[in-house]
Ligand binder design. Sequence first.
Ligand SMILES: Nc1ncnc2c1ncn2[C@@H]1O[C@H](COP(=O)(O)OP(=O)(O)O)[C@@H](O)[C@H]1O
Ligand SMILES: [Mg+2]
Length: 405
Amino acid sequence: MISARNVRKQFRTSSVRATSLKEQIIRRRAEQSEDFVAISDFSADIMPGSTVGLIGPNGSGKSTMLKILSGILRPTSGKVTVEGRIASLLELGAGFNGELTGRENVYLNASLLGLSRLETDAAMESIIEFSELAEFIDQPVKHYSSGMYVRLGFAVAIHVDPDVLLVDEVLAVGDEAFQRKCMEKIQEFQENGKTILFVSHSLSQVQELCTRAIVLNKGVIVDDSEPEGAIETLRRIMGTDEPPKPLTLVPDGGIEFGRIFVSTPHGDRPVAAIAPREDFDIVTEVRVDDHWASLIDRVEVMAVGPLDLPLFSATAYRNDLPADSGRWWMRFSFGARMPIRAVIRVSVQVFDRDGKTLAHTRSAQVHRIEDHLAPGLMLLDHQMTTGLDDAAPAGVTAVRTGVLR
Ligand SMILES: Nc1ncnc2c1ncn2[C@@H]1O[C@H](COP(=O)(O)OP(=O)(O)O)[C@@H](O)[C@H]1O
Ligand SMILES: [Mg+2]
């Protein structure tokens, strides 16, 4: 069990660096020491046996938080409790002494992690074997590469039989085969009910290992949810979440997309999250000019999950659509008994009679469906109403009920 309550960490940073003694004396009084807030308010409970990812842009405070949890740093305020023996794999070489040999560092490291000399002796063979450093184990570690440091550090950490494992980035270093081995070891830890807090740049590792992820940005928790959702949040923060430009194969703005979003039933605003098995609507607007209004055969909306994989779709056919040009809106009401857990966006595609795409876009908005099951494909009952220029319900031109295929 890891528990953090209102943890705050400030670092004192001097903004002026004196270069000479004279300057030092002159500046002493003027020197400004500023408090840099690396963690503003971190509260989270991590249950025994769970694996939680901690992700965020560089400098967001991930390493600082792990150091606080491992007891290397003290929080400025707030409280942390960690039950059980902690093994932490923090920054490269932390806990190593360059002058000592690999073997001596194993003793040093293991004792820092709470292992007795005798216990370390018993584990030594296995530690060396896991690290794959037998040849180098009696050389000073200052000659080691970063990958070798990580191997040794990881080998020691897993041999102290910790209850709690804190892992910071380290799996990014080293060759792929060793990374695999570490991942397998971490999975073994999971199976044995250890508690793991895992910082990684590799979002796929986070997705593979974690059941939950906390997103830090500038020392603040901005999301704490299932990994897919958290990863979406991170991508949004980092600006790597730009939706593709609408693709229109029609000249001169003949077909343009308006608002596209998921709302509560009859709602007119996007919702961030859909509670498990809650009804919801997908609303889509397409502006169509005189020429193209008659050439559009159908408009398909599709909910797409991670990697833009389709989850479910619904289509407004020619007869469902307004006959005239203007701002078409379509509302697809899903009576969701939706046993999925996914992060979705809405993708909209406009087709002509030959099945050719006239225009295509995907919403930037992310909506989260929070059920506790695996993502997947499904069929959903839905009802549809369409109309022209907001004139609902009088302007409803079609009501159709269908089951999706
Ligand atoms: N000892 C320190 N003194 C001053 N600032 C620090 C110290 N350690 C970290 N910081 C600052 O705190 C912020 C968070 O750092 P860190 O926890 O390493 O972020 P992350 O691991 O998410 O990249 C950074 O802006 C970093 O420069
Ligand atoms: Mg870091």
